[in-house]
Design a protein around this ligand. Structure first.
Ligand SMILES: Cc1cc2nc3c(=O)[nH]c(=O)nc-3n(C[C@H](O)[C@H](O)[C@H](O)COP(=O)(O)OP(=O)(O)OC[C@H]3O[C@@H](n4cnc5c(N)ncnc54)[C@H](O)[C@@H]3O)c2cc1C
Length: 432
């Protein structure tokens, strides 16, 4: 093994959380080394951004490069979310919202988007070692230590004054430090692909919105359709395991996932109509059990960013926004640590980050219990309340001035009750 290498801040993973953390650290002049096991551009699922993420991209100096490549990579302008359930349709326009801030964003191919962020972090002076994999971690010394293997199978060690785990579903620190804690969501599976969507001049279809469709017979299952600007879309379905088994999913490597996906789509008449000319031309993939949690998000010499910490559920497209928010919160604190100042990671990082995650969580739970679906498809939505809901769907989950931020779960229940039976209920919505 070669001699020990040193850097100021070590980052595992060059996804959105790792690259944005690196860009922010470079603004403060620190030496940054990212260890990334893949080569970019590489596929990643998660193409629908939320307007709140624009604030964090700008802060990290990463927004301009995305904007400059919108046409080249057919990133799709996005201004809201549309919902479909049988004959019922509904939508939220993110520009009509309670919280100030951007109301639009893009739907992006993550291979290109993540590559752009990583390239910009490199332009700012971060070193990214693509094709290098972290194989061991030691946070016992004052300066944490990574053991890394490159593609020639050379193994070396590198030490940083601070370590950031941005390894996403790799979840390196949770695994090595035994920080994993079970998610309280049931295990769900996603089956997805990219398609030539064939949607031409359909007056009922708006490319500028993600389309979330509820399965006709099982409201626990839903489909996403995330259009890009070139006639292609990301398309997926999410449900619990028993749902897929009913359609013949057997978990074998030989399973024809495309045939499975088409059988599931055929059961959703309205969505099948939207996609009547679609061509499946890309291998269908599947992921299971992606919801995850950890015992704590930081300690004196390390912090977990993005999905390496917690991942909820894809339904409200919150993943990249949470990843970028985690970097935005963590980097000023890393700066403090490196300047020898005390940091209370629980109070200054974990609690503020989780306050927004808890709001997303309330929405996710309410979606799967059916309550939030009732709100979304209700004709009885008060305009003021629509704007508050729209803010949260646009990702402004950390805006504590939004009345439905506090006690989100209880307030969503009240709202669902009101939306179901507005006339027969004397529900007090003044505090909502
Ligand atoms: C089905 C599904 C749909 C989703 N849809 C959306 C959506 O529409 N919108 C949205 O915002 N989010 C969505 N997400 C979530 C989103 O993809 C993630 O939240 C986001 O990618 C998190 O970014 P990250 O930087 O934390 O991790 P990642 O983007 O996963 O990056 C982690 C990086 O770490 C690297 N790495 C891992 N292990 C190692 C190792 N040992 N050594 C070195 N490098 C390593 C990986 O190669 C990877 O490049 C979805 C997720 C799922 C499962």
């Amino acid at each position: 093994m070669s001699t020990m290498q040193h850097t100021d801040v070590l980052i595992i993973g060059a996804g959105p959380s790792g690259s944005s953390a690196a860009a922010l650290l470079r603004q403060k002049g620190y030496q940054v080394t990212i260890i990334e096991k893949q080569h970019f551009p590489r596929f990643s699922i998660g193409e629908s951004l939320l307007p709140q993420s624009m604030v964090f991209l700008e802060e990290a100096g990463l927004l301009d490069t995305v904007r400059e490549h919108v046409e080249q990579f057919a990133f799709q302008f996005k201004n809201g979310a549309a919902f479909l359930k049988g004959k019922q349709r509904s939508f939220y326009d993110f520009r009509e919202k309670f919280t100030d801030g951007p109301g639009t964003t893009w739907q992006v191919r993550r291979a290109n988007f993540d590559h752009l962020l990583a390239q910009q972090a490199e332009n700012y002076g971060a070193e990214i070692r693509f094709g290098h994999e972290v194989i061991d971690v030691n946070v016992e010394p004052e300066h944490p230590l990574l053991t890394v293997k490159d593609e020639q199978q050379n193994v070396y060690q590198i030490q940083g004054k601070f370590l950031l785990d941005a390894s996403g579903f790799g979840r390196i620190l949770p695994k090595f430090l035994e920080l994993e804690s079970p998610s309280d969501f049931p295990v769900r599976r996603a089956v997805f692909t990219h398609i030539e969507d064939g949607i031409l001049d359909d007056p009922d279809f708006d490319r500028e919105k993600i389309l979330i469709s509820v399965h006709a017979k099982d409201p626990r299952a839903w489909y996403w359709l995330i259009p890009f600007a070139d006639g292609r879309s990301s398309f997926g379905v999410v449900a619990e395991q028993d749902f897929f088994e009913k359609y013949g999913f057997d978990g074998s490597a030989e399973q024809d996932l495309e045939a499975l996906f088409k059988r599931i789509l055929a059961d959703e008449e309205s969505l099948s109509q939207v996609l009547r000319n679609a061509q499946f031309d890309t291998p269908v993939r599947t992921l299971v059990g992606y919801s995850a949690n950890v015992k704590h998000l930081a300690d004196r010499n390390y912090a977990l960013l993005g999905n390496a910490g917690e991942f909820l559920d894809p339904v409200f497209s919150s993943g990249v926004t949470i990843a970028l928010k985690s970097s935005s919160l963590a980097i000023p604190l890393v700066d403090q640590v490196l300047q020898g100042q005390p940091v209370n990671w629980m109070e200054q990082y974990e609690k503020p980050l989780r306050s927004g995650i808890q709001v997303f969580r309330a929405y996710v739970e309410s979606w799967y219990s059916g309550e939030f679906q009732d709100v979304v498809f209700s004709k009885n939505q008060d305009e003021k309340i629509r704007r508050m809901v729209s803010s949260l769907l646009a990702g402004y989950a950390w805006d504590s001035s939004n009345p439905i931020h506090k006690n989100a779960k209880k307030r969503l229940s009240t709202l669902a009750e009101y939306c179901r039976e507005p006339a027969s209920l004397e529900t007090d919505l003044s505090g909502v």
